[in-house]
Ligand binder design. Structure first.
Ligand SMILES: O=C(CO)[C@@H](O)[C@H](O)COP(=O)(O)O
Length: 224
């Protein structure tokens, strides 16, 4: 079986008990924490910043923290997330004036770097910087909110991104975010994804472990 990773989006967690929620979802079998940073400018919602990321590290979270920056501009916040203990930092190409420079800033610190593509954003930028990318994140909803429906056209985009990644011969994760659930995770994996962000499907369920176990069972049946 491929090395599949499940990354619960804390956007759907209970923020009043965030540390406990993260502990619980990791104990339930999640591989890392997906940390959604929204600025009420690039996306129409406002969430959490580097202080909360640092608070999770201070609280004792050791698992990778996968920071998805939905902010514009991105460069001035990258250093703060590096200092706060981010493991991955991903950003949207249209939110950076200098995509190559932003990727270099992230990687110079030892953090892993990635580019995020909205549902209607072309993958074009990727070919010029693919050697500096550790993760490609495809949004399968328009960014800003949890609990939206998976946009089915994303499946073709996943196949395209998988071809680009395989052709590069590089070790790059292909992450999908938005509307991922136990009922579509297998199809998403068969299209070529290896990393799955799921917020409401996990945090809105009474038993996180049951959801994650079902996702892993679905993934164990992936044939491609
Ligand atoms: O970044 C985002 C939304 O902008 C995502 O991380 C969602 O928060 C995922 O939530 P679900 O679609 O799984 O509920």
């Amino acid at each position: 079986m491929k090395d599949f990773l499940i990354a619960p989006s804390i956007l759907s967690a209970d923020f009043a008990r965030l540390g406990e929620e993260v502990d619980n979802v990791l104990a339930a079998g999640a591989d890392m924490v997906h940390f959604d940073v929204m600025d009420n400018h690039y996306v129409p919602n406002l969430t959490i910043g580097p202080m909360v990321c640092k608070a999770l590290r201070d609280y004792g979270v050791k698992a990778p923290i996968d920071v998805h920056l939905m902010v514009k501009p991105v460069d001035r916040i990258i250093g703060d997330f590096i200092d706060a203990g981010a493991s991955y930092i991903t950003f949207h190409p249209e939110a950076s004036e200098h995509i190559d420079r932003s990727l270099q800033m992230i990687k110079a610190s030892g953090c892993k770097a990635g580019l995020v593509f909205n549902p209607a954003t072309r993958l074009d930028h990727l070919e010029y910087v693919i050697d500096k990318v550790d993760m490609v994140l495809l949004m399968s909803v328009n960014p800003g909110f949890g609990g939206q429906k998976f946009i089915p056209q994303t499946l073709n985009k996943i196949r395209q991104a998988r071809q680009l990644i395989d052709a590069s011969g590089l070790d790059i994760r292909l992450e999908i975010d938005g509307g991922v659930s136990t009922s579509n995770i297998r199809e998403i994996a068969e299209a070529g994804a290896d990393t799955f962000v799921a917020g409401s499907a996990i945090f809105n369920a009474p038993d996180y472990k049951a959801v994650i176990d079902t996702m892993r069972t679905e993934l164990s049946q992936v044939t491609a």
